[in-house]
Design a protein around this ligand. Sequence first.
Ligand code: SP5
Ligand code: ZN
Length: 337
Amino acid sequence: MLVVSSNAHRQHNSLEIHNGVMALSSESPSRADAILEAVTAAGHGVLEPDPVDLELVGRVHTSEYVEFLSTAWTRWHERESGPAAMSFMWPARGFEPKRPSDLIGQLGYHSFAADTSIVPGTWQAITSSASIATTAADHMIDSGLTTYGLCRPPGHHASADQFGGYCYLNNAAIAAQRLLDRGAERVAILDVDYHHGNGTQSIFYERSDVFFVSIHADPLEEFPWFAGHADETGTAAGAGFNLNLPLPRGTDRASWFAALDAAADRIERADVDALVVSLGVDSYVDDPLGTFQLTTDDFGKAASRIAGLGLPTVVIQEGGYNGAALGANVGAFLGSL
Ligand code: SP5
Ligand code: ZN
């Protein structure tokens, strides 16, 4: 399988609040390096992405958000002294925010969590990651072959105008939009990351051309806390085109695969032309951020079930934080797909 990958991600080495102090993020450059090493060793071909298509990015993100991301580090660095730009206030319940004019207020307006900050190379890395998603979608259409985008930073927590959960630009949404723009009438996004893909859900919540299906830890018990419940099914034209399958912390393999069967059944009945998989391998039994019990072999089994759908498929990398197992887990999925 062709792997789309770039070294540009290494410029993004961000900080997060961990146990009350700023620390290096779990979402580290070594993640993508480990995956690339494993997929190269497995014999998959590697392709560099085309330049980012900002017109396409602007079809799933607001222009003021993209402008904000492209200038935030420079604006921060001109005036502040810290190593990472991060907000300390967000418009929580009860606020009805207008977009502030000042950088500090805009940081709060355009983000939702203190696990994600902007550092000098963030813009270069996130545009590279988006271009990987776009190039993977293009390659899949042009070749007819399943294609993998080794995206880093990940994307599924990013909404049209907010970053968080280690995500800035929503790579899976960008890939889905590309498939639609190039002729698909409806696309399914299957998100198997341990965490709910709140950003992807939000981007397509009122649309019927993207069916979003997510298997994840119950937000009553896990990040992102405020989205991902089973009763979130879409609104307006999108009513019925959002399916959340939340599972308890500690979910075992049998229960996870029952949810995957339910997801696959619904995708089979949704009349879609193509599939985007948001592949988070933080559902692994030994992931430092996860509590599910999937083994390395299980990622191969999951890929077989997904391949059984028989849909043109683009795979986009999301989370996964066990550095020693990351390559094997992604490799098991791609090898079986
Ligand atoms: C893409 C993805 O999987 N995002 C997950 C973001 C979760 N962020 C909150 C993590 C809270 C636990 N912090 C542990 C930090 C250890 N360095
Ligand atoms: Zn995750």
